[in-house]
Design a protein around this ligand. Sequence first.
Ligand code: CA
Length: 233
Amino acid sequence: MGKRILIVEDELAIAQAIHDGLQDEGFPSEIADSGEAAAALELSRFALVLLDIRLPGMDGYELCRLIRQRGHKMPVIFVSARDDVVDRILGLELGADDYIVKPFSFRELLSRIKAQLRRAYGTLAAETDKAARLTIGHITVDQRSMRVYKDDRDVYLTPIEYRLLQLFLEYPGQVLSRDQIIEHVWGDEWSVDDPRGVNVHMRHLREKIEADPAHPQMIMTVRGYGYRFDIPE
Ligand code: CA
């Protein structure tokens, strides 16, 4: 399971809409309805914090300062109302990474979040501190050297196949649609009209990592929708 996004927002309708939208995009999130509630959480669990500036009690600036004082380096995106006098310099000094002004579209928010995750972690992976070596069933993934071993034999994966495998490892047991897979793995580089083009890459990945590719145990097809990665017992 990848790390989560923390939504600090006292307007619960907004918080819930963001939470649900992120869920649909494959980003798990949690809501804290005040700065105090957020400060009480184990913040190292979060890959990114979306932080409303105007909160009852401890405001967004104070919470941001606290997050940095505790040594957390995850990206922080400030959310401000249009009529707020946003002290951009103060925010940046406190360690915010970006601003977004209400009202914003979910698309806009999502692209800011993805940009920050990409900048901070190099990929869209919302997980930063994975074990360098991971064994799943009969395959071992060395995340530092980006090499994969099947029963101790070196398996050559193309960069795309490796990114697909990485994506699955971040969302074990969860169904990912073809469109979500394309978005995460290819982004703007996807040049094929048909999302079913993903199937070819899946078949190749299966042939390389499944013990019996005709009867996959890990990469499961969800008919008409996408794929799910199961961690074998
Ligand atoms: Ca507010």
